[in-house]
Write a protein that binds this ligand. Structure first.
Ligand code: AMP
Length: 284
């Protein structure tokens, strides 16, 4: 497995791979890899010939009061894990390689409507930072397929939209959320939690499951009431909920009773740590 620090070196080897007829799979990450990230790489390994995992903590997607400085870093362990599952290349550029003039960019990629909802409402500019780095990684690597987790459902929806709207010739593959046995979605930010807090945080997935069950088992339920009930449960468990919303799968707008494809999304703070989760439901 080769580690690349510069765009030029990576591009040179990706061109060789393409010239040899190999398909390219891209897995963008911010490092501190866990089984969730590795499930993306494993799927890429099954579907593509040459796999690039990127490790880059993107300053442009962090707000001024967010955890950029403290974001967990574990480069040695990450590369060991990637090598063990036969990743071909790691692209780990420094900030100047990606943002030679600083991360306050003059060119931004933005999907305004979807980016202002849900997490976007509490994290202004976050998704513009995500869309811009992801577009840069797409043009740097020109992959055939790129892999993203359903754990970040809003991010996945926005990236699918930008790829479609900008006619970027690649396929976006969404991968199911990997969880601890408690149901807590794996996340690099779980590193900030004590063992006790991790148990507490499992309320997020429990509330999503209970709401999904309620929706599946009875018709005509009032969505706002269900949302409020879940918000209360999350508060009682000691978290500060940001939102708990039953939405349409593609638009992420509040779901209507006639919608057949729904996603329930939630975000909450446990102390300083922001946690997100979601589940999708389809009615036939
Ligand atoms: P991050 O390093 O947090 O930016 O995540 C990199 C990629 O891994 C994103 O596409 C995430 O959605 C995905 N990911 C993070 N956590 C999980 C998880 N628990 N299950 C599946 N994918 C995940």
């Amino acid at each position: 497995m080769q580690i690349y620090r510069t765009i030029a070196d990576l591009r040179q080897d990706l061109k060789l791979a393409r010239d040899n007829g190999l398909s390219i799979g891209l897995v963008p990450t911010m490092g501190n890899l866990h089984e969730g990230h590795l499930s993306l790489v494993k799927m890429a390994r099954k579907q593509c010939d040459f796999i690039v995992t990127t490790i880059f903590i993107n300053p442009a997607q962090f707000g001024p009061n967010e955890d950029l400085q403290n974001y967990p870093r574990s480069f040695e362990d990450d590369t060991t894990a990637l090598e063990s599952i036969n990743c071909d290349a790691v692209f780990a550029p420094n900030i100047e390689e990606i943002y030679p003039f600083g991360p306050r960019l003059e060119t931004l990629v933005t999907v305004p409507s979807l980016s202002q909802l849900l997490c976007g409402a509490s994290r202004p500019g976050h998704f513009d930072g995500v869309c811009t780095i992801v577009t840069k990684l797409f043009t740097i690597c020109q992959p055939d397929k790129a892999y993203f987790g359903e754990k970040d459902y809003q991010q996945l929806t926005i990236i699918k939209k930008l790829v479609h709207d900008l006619n970027i010739p690649l396929e976006i593959i969404g991968i199911p959320t990997q969880r601890e046995t408690s149901g807590l979605a794996l996340s690099s930010r779980n590193n900030y939690l004590s063992a006790e807090q991790k148990q507490q945080a499992a309320i997020l997935y429990q509330s999503l499951l209970q709401t999904a069950d309620a929706l599946k088992n009875s018709s005509g339920l009032n969505f706002a009431k269900l949302e409020n009930k879940a918000l209360q449960k999350i508060s009682i468990a000691g978290l500060q909920p940001d939102y708990f919303s039953i939405c349409h799968t593609n638009t992420l707008l509040p779901a209507k009773p006639s919608d057949t494809e729904l996603v329930i999304l939630t975000a909450a703070y446990l102390g300083e740590t922001r946690l997100i989760d979601n589940i999708s439901i389809t009615f036939s």
